[in-house]
Design a protein around this ligand. Structure first.
Ligand code: ADP
Ligand code: MG
Ligand code: MG
Length: 887
């Protein structure tokens, strides 16, 4: 029979898929002999079965009961025992961390009978009644969806009438009565008194919380699959709210914002853990615990060291101290900022904990991309309006909004979401906002954790802010900021300014551009070190897409070893547009040749510049690709101009001729029309002129003492005969130019037919370069310009694909065409150089795929070159982790 329940002493961290991350790590800590309250985990299998049928799988509750009895025996305390009741925490926890997205119910087992036993055992009647009211509230909300405000309202009323020491036991008992009435009114029956019934309902509602709206939104954002389900951890309660010698906290083994070594965290005395995460009361820094409870603090330090050594990484920890006794409630390899990821990985190498190869697996291309974002330029900046806690780095400028809906509605304009504290309902707004600002909570508050997870700038705990969402304003001292005013927030230092502060390049970007020394700061040093190692281990070359000498030079500084795609389209625009018009309107070969001859010198000059910037490295120049009519004025505009001229009785002149040409060339599907190689074959002399310009430019560079390495690339080839025809013509031209080096002629593989006949095509091609944008368009029959705006949203929503195939290469479909072409191309021409020059060349996950498919290089936009270098290094050391970059 399938097993659905595992005791903490049975599991370990390798079983996170079945036990969830939280359960697997609770088991791991138990195995390490750390103080974890006893408990067991109901598996994700059970959850999936429950979600599929709407009912728990057969035998589940018998199995739960059997494990519960073991725990009761170990603790010598029983669920529902009125004299000395066992209380339980029922906690969600899926394969991947989804902080605060699913449900947890504490204090299960309290009822009218056991509340007295809890009071007697703890010697604290107020605590017992307070725990009971917490249970009714959490249970009512989680299991039955009762709005928490209904309870909070009553609690606030009682607190208002209570003395400075808080509500009395009697008041809390009355409050429990009120809570029960609220419960019965909403649910239609009384709060369940039977502890086992409470337990089973709690387990089922945790299962159901997997599919709550906020959990689904979070998964989509984090690209976590929807079909994994959550595990449920059932464990004995420990109490941080039993007086001043109790408390609860969250800790990190290194600073999760900067990576600096040392113990970081927040502590809250006399509180339950939920109070910290919710950011409801302000915590004290963990260092304070050294004064409050030196013994527990020292023990916590030892445990943190043990966990770091064991996990060989930054860990975050949730703990509770019950009357001087320390309990571990959770650990995991902690989330961290992009900067901390690099700094910690480099530190761990220095400390001899991990190898340099392993360090590469600890950072991602997406994180490096984040570090290249600009930061505020503070020269001449005004005094900050206020300072909070820098919880998630970045420089965000935007208009103030006070709720999630307003943030989500401001689609085009950057906004800063300003809240007292955030909760999971604020998720859509946090996704939409450029930055998040709160007045309460520390680095471990909901706002901080979620913002860091998604790379959103966040400043939290800015206590000077008096936020009034109802009036749509926030006051600081006597300054009032209204919704819609612009503010700037700095997620590193926590500073907040009124107005827009200009931004400047990040140190990492400056280092990559060669403007900063590698030892400039710990972060730059870490990036330098890890990128250096990536370059040393990667097999994949990284080139850049660059059309100008400036871009080529920039790409080279960023580490590109060549240009993989030099587009020639822009060279036909600007002042040269009139020459192109002449070419199109040419009537007869003489006029056409005159137009081409006029274009030749400027083309040659373009190539000379690029070849000089990439001297000694390959420069792949693509012959003209887009439809010719793109160089002419739009049809509608011309039609209007001609009509106006005719209405005024004037001669439309040149416009008339142009209009005829545009009409003649009009296509219903230009993407599938006269472009690429087709154009070259139809407009005599066009490609020959370009080839001549390349060869003459190369010859000129040779004469100047350079080492030009141009390659000529033919776009949109579908049949070998197209390529052969262009190549014949090109070789005739090349033979007639003196002093040029050998120039290889290759083809793009960007239509399915080219991939499918790659063996034939390779006979005529010196190299292949996959144009994955067009290959994706043509393989899926997706017109990119149309589909992204029209139905991709719905497709993503419905999970047809998790990411747009234009963003991350579709490894199964388009990828299959690529693999096939690589294999058959190389079979026909051993040693064939194969690269990719679509936008996918700069996407870390796609880079991993290209490495695995055996490509020689990727080519991407210059600023993504470092990202591709890192991704290629990662692919070389851990080929199978390729798809996890984004997580
Ligand atoms: P999340 O995944 O949202 O962090 P948790 O399952 O960690 O949810 O539970 C939320 C809070 O409940 C935790 O911060 C923890 O302090 C508290 N908690 C969990 N288990 C126990 C327990 N056994 N005893 C006391 N408090 C607990
Ligand atoms: Mg937790
Ligand atoms: Mg193309």
């Amino acid at each position: 029979m399938a097993r659905y329940v595992y005791d903490f002493i049975e599991g370990d961290r390798s079983r996170a898929d079945v036990l969830g991350g939280k359960g697997a790590n609770l088991a791991e800590m138990t195995r390490l002999g750390l103080p974890v309250p006893p408990g067991f985990t109901v598996t994700t299998d059970a959850c999936r079965a429950h979600l599929a049928t709407g009912a728990p799988p057969a035998g589940l509750f018998e199995e739960v009961n059997a494990h519960l009895r073991e725990i009761e025996a170990r603790l010598d305390r029983k669920l529902g025992d009125p004299g000395d009741p066992l209380l339980l925490a029922v906690r969600s926890g899926g394969r991947y961390s989804m902080p605060g997205m699913m449900e947890t119910i504490l204090d299960i087992g309290l009822n009218d009978a056991t509340v007295g036993g809890l009071a007697a055992r703890s010697g604290d009647e107020r605590f017992a009644w307070d725990s009971y009211r917490r249970l009714i509230q959490m249970f009512g909300h989680t299991v039955h969806g009762i709005p928490p405000e209904e309870f909070a309202h009553e609690l606030a009323a009682v607190r208002a009438t209570a003395g400075p020491a808080g509500p009395s036991a009697g008041q809390l008992r009355d409050l429990v009565d009120t809570y029960k009435k609220i419960f019965a009114r909403h649910v239609g029956h009384d709060f369940p008194q039977a502890p086992h019934e409470q337990l089973f309902l709690a387990i089922r509602s945790v299962f159901a919380s997997w599919n709550s709206e906020r959990a689904r939104i979070y998964r989509r954002q984090e690209r976590i699959p929807d079909d994994l389900g959550t595990a449920v951890n059932v464990m004995a309660m420990v109490f941080g709210n039993l007086g001043p010698d109790s408390g609860t906290g969250v800790a990190f083994t290194r600073d999760p914002a900067t990576g600096a070594p040392g113990v970081y965290g927040d502590y809250l005395a006399d509180a339950q853990g939920e109070d910290v995460v919710a950011g409801i009361r302000n915590t004290v820094p963990l260092a304070e615990l050294a004064r409050l409870d030196p013994v527990s603090f020292r023990r916590l330090g030892e445990i943190m060291a043990t966990l770091e050594r064991h996990y060989r990484d930054l860990c975050d920890i949730e703990f509770t101290i019950e009357r001087g006794r320390l309990w571990m409630l959770q650990t995991r390899v902690g989330k961290r900022t992009a900067a901390a990821a690099f700094v910690i990985a480099a530190q761990l190498v220095d400390e001899g904990v991990i190898t340099a190869d392993e360090a590469l697996t600890r950072v991602t291309g997406a994180q490096l991309a984040q570090l290249m974002f600009p930061a505020f330029d503070l020269t001449g900046a005004p005094e900050p309006l206020a300072v909070g806690v820098g919880a998630s780095p970045g420089a965000a400028v935007g208009r103030v909004v006070f709720d999630s809906a307003a943030a989500a509605a401001a689609a085009t304009e950057p906004v800063i979401l300003v809240r007292r504290e955030t909760n999971p309902d604020d998720l859509p707004g946090m996704i939409a906002a450029a930055g998040v600002l709160t007045s309460r909570g520390g680095k471990t508050s909901h706002a901080a954790v979620v913002a860091r997870g998604m790379g959103r700038t966040c400043v939290c705990g800015a206590e000077a802010l008096r936020i009034d969402p109802e009036r749509g304003e926030v006051a600081v001292g006597d300054r009032v900021v209204r919704a819609g005013e612009v503010i700037s927030i700095d997620g590193d230092t926590g500073r907040i300014w009124l107005g827009e502060i200009p931004v400047q390049p990040s140190p990492v970007a400056r280092y990559l551009a060669g403007e900063l020394d590698a030892e400039a700061d710990p972060l730059v040093a870490a990036v330098h070190r890890l990128l250096g190692h990536a370059d040393a281990v990667r097999k994949l070359g990284v080139r850049a897409n660059a059309d100008t000498p400036r871009d080529a030079a920039r790409a080279r500084r960023l580490g590109a070893t060549g240009v993989g795609l030099c587009r020639t389209e822009h060279m036909f625009l600007g002042e040269r547009r009139s020459l192109v018009e002449r070419l199109i309107l040419a009537d007869g070969p003489a006029e056409r040749e005159a137009a081409l001859a006029a274009l030749l010198p400027s083309q040659r000059a373009d190539f000379v510049g690029i070849l000089a910037a990439m001297d000694g490295l390959p420069v792949t120049i693509r012959l003209l690709d887009p439809p010719l009519h793109e160089f002419l004025p739009p049809l509608a505009e011309l039609t209007a101009r001609v009509a106006r001229a005719e209405a005024l009785g004037e001669d439309p002149g040149r416009d008339g001729t142009l209009l005829t040409a545009v009409r003649r060339m009009h296509e219903a599907n230009p993407m599938l029309g006269l472009r690429g190689v087709r154009l070259g074959l139809v407009v005599p002399g066009l490609f020959a002129m370009q080839v001549r310009a390349v060869a003459e430019a190369a010859a000129e560079r040779v004469r100047a003492g350079g080492d030009p390495r141009p390659e000529i690339m033919v776009p949109l080839v579908g049949d070998v005969r197209e390529l052969a025809a262009v190549r014949d013509e090109a070789e005739r031209v090349l033979a007639g130019v003196d002093g040029a080096p050998e120039i290889p002629i290759g083809t793009m593989i960007e239509v399915p037919r080219a991939a499918l006949t790659a063996g034939e095509i390779a006979a005529e091609a010196h190299f292949f370069s996959f144009g994955t944008n067009d290959l994706t368009q043509t393989a899926w029959a997706f017109s990119r310009d149309d589909v992204e705006g029209s139905f991709f949203g719905a497709y993503l929503e419905r999970g047809i694909f998790p990411v747009s195939p234009f963003e991350r290469i579709d490894a199964t479909g388009v990828g299959r065409l690529i693999r096939l072409a690589v294999v058959e191309g190389r079979a026909a021409r051993p040693g064939l150089t194969v690269g990719v020059c679509g936008e996918h060349g700069g996407d870390p996950d796609s880079v991993a795929f290209f490495a695995e498919a055996g490509l020689d290089y990727v080519s991407c936009s210059p600023y993504r070159v470092p990202i591709a270098r890192l991704a290629a290094g990662r692919a070389a050391v851990a080929p199978t982790t390729g798809t996890s970059d984004s997580r």
